[in-house]
Write a protein of this length. Structure first.
Length: 470
């Protein structure tokens, strides 16, 4: 953010109107010295997406400039706090702004990259000195939230922890056979000649305990187990249906869905489809939302008591995943090419070869969100809403308000090709405004449905598309 007098004045007027500080703006008097809580605010803004601190402004006095503000002394103390009292050091953008005949100090605290968080006050230590901004206040991060920020500094390996007490007999033999066949077929040079157990160790489905006994890992048990909940009761899906009755939303149905990832995936998709209005949600979009939740959820010890939640309301379907987005992935880049990070990289690899229906659990790794967006657009539904915190990721799919919306929606790709006759993917993207990542999926679906046909060799840069000729 570039600090300008106009922007600062606008923020102050907004705070006066609201009568309080804002989510991204904090005012402090600091007449002669910095308040003790200044490091809390610096930490909170650094651990979020940034924020503006205004020193020399009194909230108690209607956000008016304070008298006798020692701007030189306060400015030096603030610079020292940012550079020497915070870990990592914070580099704010500061400026002196004239407001109503007085000078105030404006400081923009940038949000740190995921790998640099948490930012905390050295004197308090990481777990007591780490804060986050909530509404107009600074709040301590919980131990769990601090751990999630630390997790972003390296690749988590909770998914390959050995499950004490579990044996190979706790794995589903049919699922194990399926993944072994897939790996031998997909990677014959590596796995074709190896015995079953060696492949299971290589895929990190099995690990050895201190006595040398082969036991399933969390990833192996969750993906291929007969009943993983025997060891982790809450690594399940909580399915609930709510309905508005007499003006109040009430729980009308609740179910705990258990089993391996493939079993929970199948049963949850069926539960959604069988519920009132549940059939209106595209099965492919529901499937991808669930796969993402089960594959990317947090499997760390503190999170194993939390379930994936699927809540069906009158107007929306919510999928809640324990643990926020991981790594470089953020809400504003979901579905964009290049922004892919797997919290559970071994589980993700296993699920790519875990049998499900006529294919595998994770057949579209890295493109799941694009499929959700495309399926919703194809069926006349609005884009999903994603919300992310350190402890929970929520994806909300809204029900169509207009029952005839599906009949009204057209396909911009088909419409364009109907006019253009023949065009490349690049031309289609430019004409329709559809993101290339999403377009590729939609083109594939239209070819499979027989609506359009592909002209030219696969992957050829000269490949084009046209309406199917009958």
């Amino acid at each position: 953010m570039i600090i300008t007098p106009k922007e600062v004045r606008l923020q102050i007027l907004n705070m006066r109107k609201a009568g309080t500080d804002k989510q991204l703006v904090e005012a402090k008097e600091a007449t002669e010295k910095l308040p003790a809580t200044i490091t809390d605010t610096i930490s909170a803004f650094s651990n979020g997406s940034g924020g503006l601190i205004l020193l020399g402004l009194s909230e108690q006095n209607g956000f008016k400039p304070v008298e006798n503000f020692n701007i030189k002394k306060v400015s030096d103390a603030f610079a020292d706090a940012c550079a020497n009292k915070m870990e990592p050091p914070v580099r704010p953008e500061t400026d002196v702004i004239e407001f109503e005949g007085k000078e105030i100090l404006a400081a923009w605290i940038p949000g740190l990259s995921p790998r640099d968080k948490p930012c905390y006050a050295k004197a308090q230590g990481m777990y007591k000195g780490s804060f986050i901004r909530v509404s107009d206040g600074d709040h301590h991060l919980s131990i769990y939230e601090v751990d999630r920020l630390i997790e972003n500094k390296s690749q988590p390996t909770y998914d390959i922890e050995m499950v004490e007490g579990a044996t190979q007999g706790d794995l589903d033999r049919e699922l194990v056979t399926g993944i072994l066949e897939h790996q031998r077929k997909e990677h014959p040079r590596i796995f074709a000649q190896l015995p079953d157990e060696k492949i299971l160790f290589d895929l990190r489905i099995l690990a050895r305990d201190p006595q040398g006994v082969a036991r399933p890992t969390i990833a192996g048990l969750v993906a291929l187990g007969r009943y993983p909940q025997h060891f982790f009761p809450n690594l399940s899906v909580s399915f609930a249906v709510y309905s508005t009755i007499s003006g109040h939303e009430e729980l009308v149905k609740a179910r705990n869905i258990v089993g391996s990832v493939p079993a929970m995936l199948e049963d949850t998709i069926a539960a959604v489809a069988e519920a009132p209005a549940g059939s209106e949600y595209p099965p492919a979009a529901v499937r991808e939302a669930l796969v993402n939740a089960l594959m990317h959820r947090d499997y760390s010890p503190l999170a194993r008591a939390a379930q994936v939640q699927v809540n069906l309301h009158d107007d929306r379907l919510e999928v809640l995943t324990p643990g926020g987005l991981y790594g470089s992935v953020a809400v504003d880049v979901l579905g964009e090419i290049g922004y892919v990070a797997s919290r559970n990289q071994f589980l993700a690899n296993i699920l790519e070869g875990t049998p499900f229906g006529d294919g595998f659990v994770s057949a579209s790794r890295g493109t799941g969100y694009q499929i959700i967006e495309s399926e919703l657009a194809r069926t006349g539904m609005q884009p999903p809403r994603a919300q992310d915190t350190l402890s929970m990721f929520t994806l909300t799919i809204y029900r169509r308000k207009d029952a005839s919306a599906l009949e009204k929606v057209g396909n911009p790709i088909v419409d364009f090709l109907g006019r253009a006759g023949e065009a490349s993917a690049k031309d289609i993207a430019e004409a329709t405004g559809i993101k290339r990542s999403t377009l590729n999926y939609q083109l594939k679906r239209l070819v499979e449905d027989g609506a359009i046909e592909r002209i030219g060799a696969p992957k050829s840069p000269k490949q084009t598309y046209r309406m199917t000729r009958i």
